[in-house]
Unconditional design. Structure first.
Lengths: 400, 303
C-alpha cells in the first residue's frame, strides 16, 4: 500500500525526523484556515499517489490567504496522471540551500534492504542515476544484520554531507531505518532531504524532510491493526471494492472481455491472450478486468465472481479459464450455472477447463444446454472466441 | 540429485490444519515418504490418512518441534503450510533443526520475514523454495511431491520447469506431458524467494538428466533478466520462456505480492527483450511456448 505524503509525514514525525509544519486540507475553507495557521508564504501540495505532480501543476506557492484559496481551488478538482487528488497539504515554505535524496527499500535481487542516497536530490532518483551515476551511493543492510550509527555515519560522509551535517544526516538515516522496520515498509524515501535556513546564519541551518514517499507491505497488515489509520479517503473503484469484500484479487481494466481464472499467473496469461486475440482479429478488443478466484474455490465463490464481472456494463463477454489443481472444475461449473440462473444475464460466457475434474465440469455445462455458455478446448481458442463474441456485441450495439 | 533424493523422509509443518491435511494425504498418495508432522499443541498424537499409502492407511506421528521430528525420523525436507503470522518462526525452526530443503507454500508472509529466513538459510546452506509457491515435484521412482502440485499430470522425461506461478506451472506441464519432466519447481510469486529463477536454472544445468528447461515468469522485479544474463554466460542447455502480464497496468498488483510494475520497471516487455537478447525464445501464449520447446527439442535431437 502506497501512502499519501501527509500520511508518510506522520510516520517520519513519529521517529522525530524534522519535517516542515504542515496541515492536510480537503476544501478551500480548510485550506484558508490551515494557511493562516502555517503562515505565509506557504506551499499548497496536491495529495496523489503518483510522482511528477509538480510538473502537472499540483504544487503552488501562496503568499497570502487569497492566493492559498485560489491555488487550492485549482488543485483540489485535479486528476494527475490518472489519479484523483484526495486533498492538499498546506506546508511551511522553506528556504532551500541544498537538496539530497535518501531512501531505504526492499532489494528483490540481493534479497535484503537497500539504502540509496545522493547529494543531487530534488528530482526522481532514476533521473539522477542517469545523469550523475557516480553521485548515487548505495549500501546494503543484510536481512540478519542491522544498520548502526557507524554505518550510517560512513554513508552520510560518502554522500557528501559536511561537518555538523554528517551527524544529523546519520541520525536521519538511522531513524528512517527504524521507520522502515517498525512499520513493515517496503519503501521509505525522502526527496528532497533539504538543507534549509538562512544562508548567512549558520545557527538556522538544518536538514529537513520536505517530501516523503512510503509504501507499506500489505502482507504485514496483521501486525499493524490492518493499517486502518491509512485507509484511503477516496472511494476506490466500486467493482474493486466489491471484489475486496468477497476476498478476491480483482483489478478493473478498460476492455470488453471479463476474465476470471484461478491463479494470478494464469489470469494474467488469459488477459494477454484476450489482448492478443483482439489484435489478431483487428478489433482492438481488450480484457475488462483481472479476477483471480484463488485455489480451491467453491461454487459460491465462482458465482460471486461472475456476478461482479457481469455487473460491469463495459463487459460484453466473459472468459473463464480454470486449470483445476486444488480447484475442482465441477465446483466452478456449478457456480457458473448458479450465477447465470440468478442473474439472468444474456452475455456470452466462454469456458475452458483443464486438470482436476475437467471432464466432469464440462459434462455439467453440456447437460445444462444453455446457449450463452460456450466451451473451448484450449485457452488460446477460448480467448479467441470470447474476443470475437465481444466484438460482435459491440458491433451490434453500434448498428442500433 | 536434483533438489531432493528419491524417497527422502519429509515432514509437514502445519500438517494438522485443513490445507495441511488435504495436501499431506495427496503427497502420500503420490508416493512421498512423509514421516511426521509438526505442531507443538498436538505433539504425541498420530494422524491417520486412510488408504494413503498404497492401499494401506498411513499413520503419521506429530512432533512438538522440527528438531524433535528430525531426530526421530531423519527428515531431510519440510513442507510448510503454517499461516503467515507464524510462518517466520516455523521456517527458522526448520532451518535451525538442520532440515536441508524447506518448501514454503504459505501465501501472505511479510517480506521482512521472508528476507530474514531466506538469508538465514543461505548462510546455513539450506535451500528454501517459495514462499507463496505450489512447491516442488520430482519425477523419479516414485519421485517426490512437496506441496500442492497435482500428481499424475506428467511422467518422467528430459525437461526441467521453473515458474513464478502455480496454475501456469500446471498448464505447461499439461502442454508438455507427452515429453515429461525431471522436476517442476514453483519459485513463488513473492518479491523475495528462497530459490530464484536463476538458482533453479543452475540446478537444472548441473543435473545430467535434464536436457532443456521451460521457465515461466511474470511482471515485477528483475528475476527473469538476471536468469537470462546468467543463462547466456553459463547455460549449455536450451531454455524456452513464457512471460505473463503484458497487459498489466502500471502500479497495480496482479494477484501475487511480487507481480507489480512500478515506476515503469518490471514490465513483461522488458523481460521478453532481455530473454530474447540472451537467445531464449519467449512464447506469446503458454501453447506457443510449448510449441517453441518442441521445436528446440527437435533441433537439438532431444526426446
Amino acid at each position: 500500500m502506497d501512502l499519501y505524503e501527509y500520511q508518510a509525514r506522520e510516520l517520519l514525525e513519529e521517529q522525530d525526523i524534522p519535517t516542515p509544519g504542515a496541515i492536510f486540507a480537503q476544501n478551500s475553507h480548510e485550506v484558508a484556515e490551515a494557511a493562516d495557521k502555517i503562515g505565509y508564504p506557504c506551499v499548497i501540495k496536491a495529495q496523489v499517489k503518483i510522482g511528477h505532480r509538480g510538473q502537472a501543476g499540483g504544487v503552488k506557492i501562496a503568499h497570502n490567504r487569497d492566493e492559498a484559496i485560489l491555488e487550492s481551488e485549482a488543485i483540489l478538482p485535479m486528476t494527475i496522471h490518472g489519479h484523483k487528488v484526495s486533498g492538499v497539504l498546506v506546508a511551511e515554505a522553506k528556504n532551500i540551500l541544498h537538496e539530497y535524496y535518501v531512501s531505504i527499500s526492499v532489494d528483490r535481487t540481493s534479497r535484503d534492504f537497500d539504502v540509496l542516497a545522493t547529494a543531487n536530490g530534488g528530482t526522481e532518483v532514476e533521473e539522477i542515476a542517469k545523469e550523475h551515476p557516480e553521485s548515487v551511493k548505495r549500501l546494503h543492510i543484510e536481512a540478519l544484520g542491522d544498520f548502526d550509527l557507524e554505518a550510517a555515519t560512513k554513508m552520510a560522509e560518502s554522500i557528501g554531507f559536511y561537518h555538523a551535517d554528517v551527524d544529523q544526516a546519520a541520525q536521519i538515516l538511522l531513524k528512517m531505518w527504524r521507520c522502515f522496520k517498525e512499520n513493515d515498509a517496503t519503501l521509505v524515501e525522502i526527496n528532497p532531504l533539504a538543507k534549509i535556513g538562512d544562508p548567512d546564519d549558520e545557527s538556522t541551518k538544518q536538514l529537513c524532510a520536505l517530501d516523503a514517499k512510503i509504501s507499506l507491505d500489505d502482507n504485514a497488515a496483521f501486525r499493524h491493526g490492518g493499517w486502518t489509520r491509512f485507509v484511503d479517503p477516496i472511494v476506490p473503484d466500486p467493482f474493486e471494492q466489491k471484489a475486496r469484500e468477497h476476498g478476491l484479487h480483482y483489478v478493473h481494466l478498460r476492455g470488453e472481455v471479463g476474465v476470471i481464472g484461478n491463479g494470478a499467473g494464469l489470469v494474467m496469461s488469459s488477459l494477454d491472450a484476450v489482448s492478443g486475440a483482439g489484435e489478431e482479429q483487428g478489433t482492438g478488443i481488450k480484457p475488462a478486468n483481472f479476477l483471480d478466484i484463488g485455489g480451491g474455490a467453491s461454487a459460491a465463490v465462482m458465482a460471486g465472481s461472475l456476478e461482479i464481472v457481469l455487473s460491469d456494463p463495459q463487459v460484453e463477454s466473459v472468459f473463464i479459464n480454470v486449470y483445476g489443481g486444488i480447484t475442482s472444475c465441477v465446483e466452478v461449473a456449478n457456480g457458473i450455472l448458479e450465477a447465470v440462473k440468478t442473474l439472468g444475464s444474456s452475455k456470452p460466457i466462454v469456458v475452458r477447463f483443464d486438470g482436476n475434474a475437467a471432464a466432469e465440469g464440462l459434462h455439467i455445462l453440456a447437460e445444462a444446454n444453455n446457449p450463452i455458455i460456450h466451451v473451448s478446448q484450449t485457452m488460446e481458442g477460448a480467448a479467441q472466441k470470447a474476443a470475437q463474441l465481444a466484438a460482435e456485441a459491440v458491433g451490434s450495439k453500434e448498428v442500433r | 540429485m536434483l533438489f531432493i533424493e528419491d524417497g527422502a523422509p519429509v515432514i509437514v509443518q502445519g500438517m494438522t490444519g485443513h490445507q495441511g491435511m488435504t495436501h499431506t494425504a495427496r503427497m502420500l498418495r503420490a508416493g512421498t515418504n512423509i514421516v511426521g508432522g509438526v505442531n507443538p499443541r498436538k505433539a504425541g498424537a498420530t494422524v491417520t490418512f486412510p488408504g494413503a499409502k498404497g492401499e494401506k492407511d498411513a499413520d503419521i506421528p506429530v512432533f512438538a518441534t522440527c528438531s524433535e521430528a528430525r531426530n526421530a525420523t531423519g527428515a531431510k525436507a519440510s513442507v510448510v503450510f503454517v499461516p503467515p503470522r507464524f510462518a517466520k518462526d516455523a521456517v527458522v525452526e526448520a532451518v535451525e533443526a538442520g532440515i536441508e530443503l524447506v518448501v514454503v507454500i504459505t501465501e501472505g508472509i511479510p517480506v521482512a520475514d521472508s528476507a530474514y529466513f531466506v538469508e538465514l538459510a543461505l548462510q546455513k546452506g539450506v535451500r528454501i523454495i517459495g514462499p507463496n509457491c505450489p512447491g516442488l515435484i520430482t519425477l523419479g521412482d516414485p519421485g517426490v511431491n512437496l506441496g500442492i502440485i497435482p500428481d499424475g499430470i506428467v511422467g518422467r522425461g528430459p525437461l526441467g520447469l521453473v515458474s513464478k506461478s502455480g496454475t501456469l506451472t500446471y498448464q505447461l506441464m499439461g502442454e508438455l506431458s507427452d515429453i515429461g519432466f525431471t522436476a517442476c519447481l514453483g519459485a513463488g510469486g513473492d518479491p523475495i524467494v528462497g530459490t530464484t529463477l536463476l538458482e533453479a536454472l543452475e540446478a537444472f544445468e548441473a543435473d545430467p538428466n535434464t536436457k532443456a528447461v521451460m521457465m515461466i515468469g511474470e511482471i515485477g522485479g528483475f528475476a527473469e533478466q538476471e536468469a537470462a544474463a546468467w543463462a547466456k554466460e553459463h547455460m549449455t542447455k536450451p531454455v524456452v520462456a513464457y512471460i505473463a502480464g503484458f497487459t498489466a497496468p502500471e502500479g497495480k498488483q496482479m494477484g501475487h505480492a511480487g507481480a507489480i510494475v512500478s515506476g515503469g520497471k518490471g514490465t513483461a516487455q522488458d523481460k521478453k527483450n532481455a530473454l530474447e537478447a540472451a537467445g531464449i525464445p519467449v512464447g506469446k501464449t503458454p501453447g506457443q511456448a510449448a510449441q517453441l520447446m518442441r521445436d528446440v527439442l527437435d533441433k537439438a535431437n532431444i526426446a
